[in-house]
Design a protein around this ligand. Structure first.
Ligand code: SF4
Length: 618
């Protein structure tokens, strides 16, 4: 049996290199030798002539440059892998080929004809697409498969010296190529079940608990400084402070209080307030780590809206990633009230360190624990430190719940991804307390006075909005039961009712999205297939009127659709109003209102039941 021949450098030019006993590197089909027991010959046959849709076949001459590099890349992993990696086996060649083919198809669809065109931004966009990719069974692909797609990109970057047109920018900088401990890819957004308690705790901490901890710090630091000034040693001053703190306490998340017995304990609390400020800014603004850490004192600005009727608060900072001169490009982010508060808290938290060092950044940290001594070692927060603090200190402090039975691993990029999802996602029912904040951000970002140059963030939001529209359409087209006037129209026409979401449904949705300007609104009680002319809430050309958008208005509206998914909302509303009506002290006006609401609920619930029966032929 002939042995496979090694490649080296630009060996792809050597067309006669053997990749197996029966295939040459230049062949369009590689039949690899490593067929393992129980596997088919076909499982080890790799075909380069796969279709690129409208862009033809990958073996067409137009793709020869990318094909040469793709073959070289894959084969180089077998005979000359990156430092620290073992040579891959044929089974792994096949697995990586599967992911490489998906990537190449995506590149072809986006007119990227060489790996050098695959920038860090494009790699991020690709991973966003992969995150919502579904298997043939219709389920979202698993974390391991997502990790494999990302790994291929990282490997292409690492094998750059073997390629004619290598990737120039490192993909996913600062993130592990594999899987995080939670089993999810490091660039995933934070799931709602984690994001909601995480943000709720962070918002709580930057409120009254921050004022309380800062006031205690100022008192303790005052005692410490005065003791040092009187000529006592640092050790002695520490004892004096500890005695002065006797009887002091701090609020707990559970609603109680806990005694503070040491400056270290106080510092621990102040550090968690610091973490909370980082989380609030990351999740409610969408800025990157470098942009948050680069913020300086006085960074909140106020500017009028385009029509001059309102003023909006902005966070003024710099975007470093795409800055050509390394100096950072000035940028303003919309700053909802909690972000303004987080900056105010950070200004107070960092004030002593800024005074000591003459620096003006907000996210300065001190190396030692406890109070600030005569010569503190101060530095700017680093990404690795943030990740460790969030996972090892902040998450246990707030009792962050597990996700699907395992601890969720936070990272510095998740806030940005989650922000984009929240703004793009119009159904924020899992985030009751934060709904208004994201609604506000949405409004400000669409104001013509908004100066938005973070195009990547806008792209992220657009991708999320599209995904949201797609999942609503999937539900509307396939659900067993629909109610509401728009719901009835859709129910009559959909040929997919009661089916699982398959290729045909997805192709139909693609067609709708490509051919129409469909606008779908989402709220916890139903969907709005929006048309201004029939809007019962008197919406305008931008969408529904939030002030008049109530369940009562929607029930009468021609734009309204309710699916099976919303049944629990209407059932619990019905129960609440029934309970109200049974209350002996209810005045007549409230009785009439409760009755009217009960009727609305009955109308919807009966319509859902009738439609379900009809769809089953009942
Ligand atoms: S009343 Fe409800 S369904 Fe009608 S346009 Fe307003 S939000 Fe949409």
């Amino acid at each position: 049996m002939s042995r496979a021949t090694p490649l080296s450098g630009q060996a792809s030019k050597t067309a006669e290199v053997r990749v197996s006993s029966t295939s040459l590197w230049s062949d369009d089909v590689w039949r690899l030798d490593g067929v393992t027991p129980g596997a088919n010959r076909a499982d080890f046959t790799l075909t380069w002539s796969f279709s690129l849709g409208d862009a033809g076949s990958f073996t067409d001459p137009a793709w020869s440059v990318l094909r040469t590099d793709a073959k070289t890349f894959l084969w180089s992993l077998k005979i000359d892998p990156p430092a620290g990696l073992a040579r891959i086996q044929d089974a792994t060649v096949m697995r990586l080929f599967g992911s490489l083919r998906v990537l190449i198809r995506w590149m072809a669809a986006h007119q990227l004809t060489t790996f050098s065109a695959l920038t860090e931004r494009e790699a991020d966009r690709y991973i966003d697409v992969i995150a919502v990719r579904r298997s043939t069974s219709g389920k979202l692909i698993g974390a391991v498969t997502r990790g494999m797609h990302a790994r291929v990109i990282r490997l292409i970057y690492q094998q750059g010296d073997k390629l004619a047109h290598p990737m120039v920018e490192e993909p996913f900088p600062g993130q592990s190529a594999g899987l995080s401990r939670s089993g999810a890819t490091a660039w995933a957004h934070t799931p709602d079940e984690i994001a909601a308690p995480l943000l709720a705790a962070a918002l709580w901490l930057i409120g009254e608990p921050a004022d309380e901890a800062l006031a205690l710090r100022d008192r303790a630091q005052g005692v410490y400084d005065a003791t040092l000034e009187s000529g006592r040693s640092q050790t002695r001053a520490g004892f004096v402070v500890q005695a002065a703190m006797a009887g002091e306490s701090l609020m707990t998340l559970a609603g109680g209080s806990e005694p503070v017995t040491s400056t270290k304990q106080l510092r621990h609390r102040l550090d968690r307030v610091y973490d909370a400020c980082f989380i609030v800014i990351a999740y409610l603004v969408g800025a990157r780590l470098s942009e948050i850490v680069g913020l300086t004192a006085g960074c909140i600005e106020s500017h009028p809206s385009a029509d001059g009727q309102e003023r909006f608060a902005y966070l003024a900072g710099r975007i470093w990633k795409t800055s050509p001169d390394g100096q950072g490009r000035p940028h303003r982010w919309v700053a909802p009230a909690p972000v303004v508060r987080a900056v105010e808290v950070m200004e107070r938290l960092s004030e002593p360190l800024r005074r000591h060092t003459g620096r003006n950044e907000l996210f300065l940290i001190m190396a030692s624990t406890g109070l600030i001594g005569p010569a503190p070692r101060v530095a700017l927060l680093r990404g690795a430190v943030v990740g460790r603090r969030l996972n090892e200190l902040f998450a246990p402090f707030i009792g962050l719940p597990d996700w699907r039975g395992r601890p969720w691993r936070l990272n510095t990029h998740q806030g940005r991804k989650t922000f984009a999802r929240f703004v793009g996602k119009r159904d924020r029912t899992g985030l009751e307390a934060l709904r208004d904040h994201f609604g506000h951000v949405n409004r400000v970002m669409t104001d013509r006075g908004y100066v938005g140059t973070d195009f990547e963030l806008v792209d992220l939001i657009d991708a999320q909005t599209l995904q949201e529209t797609r999942s609503v359409l999937e539900d509307l087209l396939t659900t067993q039961a629909l109610a509401g006037r728009a719901g009835r129209r859709i129910a009559e026409r959909s040929r997919f009712r009661g089916r699982t979401v398959d290729t045909e449904v997805r192709a139909y949705i693609d067609q709708i999205l490509n051919e129409t300007d469909m606008r779908l609104g989402v709220c916890d009680w139903g969907y709005c297939v929006y048309r201004q002319e029939s809007s019962a809430c008197q919406g305008d050309r931008d969408g529904p009127n939030p002030a008049l958008r109530t369940q009562g208005a929607c029930v009468t509206c021609a734009n309204f659709a309710v699916s099976d998914k919303h049944r629990p909302v209407w059932a619990s509303r019905s129960e609440r109003n029934l309970a109200l009506l049974r209350h002996p002290g209810l005045d007549p006006a409230s009785q009439a209102l409760a009755r009217a609401r009960l009727e609305e609920c009955d109308t919807i619930l009966k319509a859902l039941a009738a439609d379900q029966a009809a769809s089953h032929g009942g």
